[in-house]
Design a binder for this molecule. Structure first.
Ligand code: ACO
Length: 325
């Protein structure tokens, strides 16, 4: 019997041109390069230009992924954009991406799960491919997260950056006996009781403003490593794989200490962990596809590799997805 799978056809990314180092930030807020590098492992971040919107970043990443896959927008019938920073309250950034790619066909929508957004989006696109609603999905994580920052709050403004990453998933029917490919297993979790540990104090229904990020940093840290490892184990268990089978671990890039803690708890050798938080900072839903794009472009992730994606963020939300590349 054949098995329907969502296989990866291509990845791509886009980073705004403007790079801001820790030293530059330290000129305007009471912080230091040493404090930031030591606590979170960030050296610099990209910041979107005035007039450059989330959908612009998303389209640039989408075009790069289409080129990587050798496809055109005509080949796509689903766009899912994971974002917490859409251009407008509505319509969805995904429909703007659809328009900017010149598409009139297919369907497009956003997913809001903050830093876990890309893993949620991949899992949702996979479901739509498996249930027959879509054949080829453009899954994008895109954020202009720095627009939510209070630049006088040193506890949050040093942590985040802007960017976008995209992945194209395609329906494939694997023949009997054909080795596993594509998305093998996923697990998603949330617990809204933790909403005020990491949130934005604005919104259309509460204040009518976009608001700013607030975070109980030590509380987020306390929950992160345990939740990440639990959901990775849950995903592995579904598939019959173990940590030792993984070729690559591509975690959400929030904080080097969280990534190192999760990697150590899972027993993963550091050389199997893809880390880009130093050069991208935390780009929320964009961080996982940005890290993936780097590791594909530099030749680390190759066809046949077993790759675990993982993310955790506001809500709390968290999740993981296991992919045979
Ligand atoms: N520069 C210099 N000093 C700072 C800065 C800064 N940017 N930010 C905070 N401090 C100071 C604080 O004011 C405090 O000073 P005080 O002792 O005089 O009051 C001191 O540093 C320690 O503050 P803490 O908040 O206790 O610092 P902590 O060691 O916990 O580090 C951090 C803060 C890095 C945010 C940590 O809690 C953390 O890593 N949390 C995880 C949160 C995270 O990564 N969030 C990303 C988004 S969530 C996600 O995506 C999963």
């Amino acid at each position: 019997m054949s098995r329907v799978r969502s296989i990866v056809r291509g990845v791509g990314s886009y980073l705004p041109k403007n790079v801001v180092t820790n030293a530059e930030l330290a000129k305007t807020v009471d912080t230091s390069d040493e404090w930031i590098q030591q606590r979170v492992g960030i050296k610099e971040r990209h910041i979107a230009a005035e007039g450059e919107f989330t959908s612009d970043l998303a389209v640039a990443a989408a075009r790069a992924a289409l080129e990587n896959a050798g496809l055109t927008p005509d080949d796509i019938d689903l766009i899912v954009v994971a974002t917490t920073t859409p251009d407008y309250t509505f319509p969805a950034a995904a429909t703007l991406v659809q328009m900017k790619l010149g598409m009139h066909h297919g369907f497009a929508f956003d997913i809001q799960a903050v830093c876990s957004g890309f893993v949620y989006a991949v899992t949702t696109a996979d479901s739509h491919i498996k249930n027959g609603l879509a054949k080829r999905a453009l899954v994008i994580g895109a954020e202009t997260f720095t627009r939510l920052l209070d630049w006088t709050d040193r506890t949050t403004c040093v942590l985040f950056g802007d960017g976008a990453g995209a992945m194209i998933l395609e329906r494939a029917e694997l023949a009997e006996g054909e080795p596993e490919r594509g998305i093998i297993a996923s697990a998603l979790r949330s617990d809204g009781h933790h909403w005020d540990k990491l949130y934005v104090d604005g919104g259309p229904s509460s204040t009518g403003t976009a608001g700013h990020v607030h975070m109980q940093g030590p509380e987020v840290f306390r929950h992160a490593v345990g939740k990440i490892t639990d959901v990775v184990y849950a995903t592995l268990e579904q598939s019959g794989h173990t940590v030792a089978d993984l070729d690559w671990f591509v975690p959400h890039q929030a904080n080097k200490r969280i990534i190192d803690g999760a990697g150590a708890k899972l027993g993963l050798p550091p050389e199997k962990v893809v880390t880009t938080v130093d050069i991208h900072a935390n780009t929320s839903a964009a961080s996982v596809p940005l890290a993936l794009s780097v590791a594909v472009a530099d030749g680390r992730i190759k066809q046949g590799d077993l790759v675990m994606l993982e993310a955790m963020g506001g809500g709390f939300t968290w999740g993981a997805s296991l992919i045979r590349w």
